[in-house]
Design a protein around this ligand. Structure first.
Ligand SMILES: [Cu+2]
Length: 296
């Protein structure tokens, strides 16, 4: 999913809401997200996580790669994330009070993804040094994710298999893959996909050879950016517990374990028929989150 560039909008708003100042305003950059070249690892973070700026300076958030961030226009004094129904959307209309202080912001989609802007009378560092620090933090995050993926194993207890969906909120990455290799199980085996990631949401969806359904559907608005709607085909779970290799089977959205809403964080299927079956995460199908199960 390609997102429009809102950098200019951010900058314009900052410029509008910051007073004229004796010292020339400086321009800072915060990187949002990032991914490995093969898109298997995503950084769910702001880099640098904390940035010091001076009163009157501007900040641009630069979005890298695919990101599940929805934008909504409008609103008088919007918070960083806008609730709508039971979902949260990122709101680009961010007004920093133009006075010293510590301002936290979050990504409304990825719980736990947060950053801080510290506004001082005069910032100590330089924008170049802050960006370099951001890049270094991002590289460390992606390296940690890559190492985790390299060490990803399906758990097996007899004929029960567990595919962990992993991420790390401290190191701020998510692995957007199910397994490294096709998972081979005996006929009659039960496979559980278990969320172990406190950031992300995924689906487990067998499409029976069909192209995976789009998770978000842009809906044009009379003004401003399109509203992004969640596709019912992706979010409504099917009731299947046994899979014979035919039909459409969907877990619906799987959420971080122990989430406050007690929303589902695992999905289980018994595989009754030999064959090779493809499944997808509909949320991350664009970036190749596809799994293969071979039933023997
Ligand atoms: Cu996913």
């Amino acid at each position: 999913m390609q997102l429009p560039d809102y950098a200019a909008l951010f900058s314009a708003l900052f410029a509008m809401t910051t007073p004229t100042h004796a010292a020339p305003p400086r321009h800072w950059t915060v990187i949002v997200g990032g991914a490995t070249a093969d898109t298997s690892i995503y950084a769910n973070a702001f880099f640098p996580q904390a940035i010091d700026i001076g009163v009157g300076d501007t900040v641009t958030w630069t979005f890298e790669g695919f990101h599940n961030v929805a934008f909504l226009g409008g609103g008088a004094a919007p918070p960083f994330a806008v609730p709508e129904g039971d979902k949260m959307y990122w709101n680009p209309l961010i007004f920093f009070p133009a006075e010293p202080g510590r301002y936290s912001y979050i990504c409304g989609i990825h719980s736990g993804m947060r950053g801080t802007v510290i506004v001082k009378d005069k910032a100590k560092g330089t924008p170049a040094a802050a960006l370099k620090r951001g890049r270094a933090e991002q590289a460390a995050t992606l390296a940690a994710g890559r190492a985790r993926f390299a060490n990803l194993h399906v758990e097996r207890h007899g004929t029960a298999f567990v595919v962990p969906l992993v991420g790390n909120s401290r190191q701020r990455y998510s692995v957007l893959r199910f397994t490294r290799e096709p998972l081979v199980v005996p006929r009659g085996a039960t496979v559980t996909w278990a969320m172990r990631d406190t950031f992300e949401i995924h689906t487990v969806t067998f499409t029976n050879g069909e192209k995976p359904a789009q998770f978000v559907v842009p809906e044009p608005q009379s003004s401003g950016p399109p509203k992004l709607l969640l596709n019912p085909k992706a979010i409504v779970p099917t009731t299947t517990t046994q899979y014979d290799g035919t039909g459409y089977v969907n877990s619906g959205m799987l959420f971080p374990p122990g989430n406050p809403g007690k929303l589902p964080s695992s999905f289980r299927l018994t595989l009754t028929t030999p064959g090779r079956f493809e499944y997808w995460c509909l949320i991350h199908a664009d970036v190749g989150q596809r799994g293969i199960i071979v039933v023997r």
